[in-house]
Design a binder for this molecule. Structure first.
Ligand SMILES: Cc1cc2nc3c(=O)[nH]c(=O)nc-3n(C[C@H](O)[C@H](O)[C@H](O)COP(=O)(O)O)c2cc1C
Length: 296
């Protein structure tokens, strides 16, 4: 999938839409991205549709005390959306990582088209989406996003949610980035050299409740590779059963790293190494390694 790094830099969560429908061209371009965005790094390919608002509203929002607002998600409210990107994926150990990677590809393409999006991992009409996609028992609906034209002025609710989730704030690089030392111990990272842009592209990505659970470990002991680690909030990540919000975040991180690697001309791919290359302690979990091509 060909996505420019600018999309990563300019994307923000949009919770207030102006209520206008997508143009036929916008719909066409967005739908085209559904097949480009799959499969995920672990091989699963979600199926996506452009769903109408009625299909993702949950029961509570339909009984409707709120004008123009859709009460979906774990917090906040989405105002004025006409369409959503919804998808299903087969259940499996890395299903949410794959789904996160694929849907973030679509989110970034939507950003390039000038459309607003907002990842929603909390409560919404998962059952209706599963029915619309004719999902079988082995599939589930991890997340969705509204997609549309952002309203100029965000609603009061939007501003409150942005404040409470520290929307534009991100952890400092020193909290997130490490270097693999002798025996796989994690050391503070000095200069990352050409990996700088890749690390930054992950750092500024969206994550559930803006928890930023990704940790990145640059490994220059034998060639060059980047290990992705989940610093898991176990209670939070397991509160929705098979929907693992922080594994969606891992998939998003993998998409961002890959887009940035392309942008700087660094070939490579994600692999899950059989033997963990670094020593980790709970709540840290090894996810995968980006191995640069042009290194022996
Ligand atoms: C997996 C995932 C689930 C999310 N779920 C919700 C949600 O249910 N409701 C919501 O308002 N925002 C949700 N968000 C959006 C985050 O709060 C947002 O990405 C984060 O605060 C950073 O802000 P930004 O996207 O504007 O950079 C979710 C984000 C991710 C990645």
């Amino acid at each position: 999938m060909d996505i420019g790094i600018e999309a990563i830099k300019s994307r923000v969560s949009t919770r207030t839409y102006d209520g206008t429908p997508l143009s036929p061209d916008e719909e066409r371009s967005l739908r085209a991205s559904f097949s480009e965005a799959v499969p995920g790094p672990f091989g699963a390919a979600p199926r996506f549709i452009l769903a109408s608002r009625d299909e993702v509203e949950d029961e509570a929002s339909r009984s409707g005390s709120v004008r123009g607002g859709v009460r979906i998600g774990t917090y906040g409210m989405i105002v004025g959306p006409r369409a959503f990107v919804a998808g299903v994926i087969a259940k499996g150990p890395f299903a949410c990582v794959d789904f996160g990677y694929c849907l973030e590809g679509i989110v970034l393409r939507a950003t390039e088209l000038g459309l607003g999006t907002c990842w929603i991992g909390g409560a919404f009409g998962r059952g209706a989406i599963a029915r619309a996609l004719r999902a079988d028992k082995g599939e589930f609906v991890p997340a969705t996003t509204p997609v549309g034209h952002g309203a100029g002025r965000p609603s009061i609710q939007d501003r409150i949610v942005r404040g409470s989730s520290r929307a534009r704030t991100r952890k400092a690089p020193a909290e997130l980035f490490f270097e693999a030392g002798e025996g796989g111990r994690l050391l503070p990272l000095g200069s990352a050299g050409r990996w700088d842009e890749i690390l930054e592209a992950v750092r500024i990505g969206p994550s559930a409740s803006n928890k930023q659970p990704w940790r990145l470990v640059l490994d220059r002991r034998d060639g060059e590779a980047l290990h992705l680690v989940l610093h898991e909030d176990q209670r939070y990540n397991n509160m929705l059963g098979e929907v693992k919000l922080q594994e969606l975040d891992m998939g998003i991180a993998m998409r961002h790293a890959e887009v940035a690697a392309r942008a700087i001309g660094l070939g490579g791919s994600w692999r899950r190494l059989d033997r963990y290359p670094i020593s980790l302690e709970e709540p840290q979990r090894y996810i995968a390694t980006f191995v640069a091509d042009n290194v022996a």
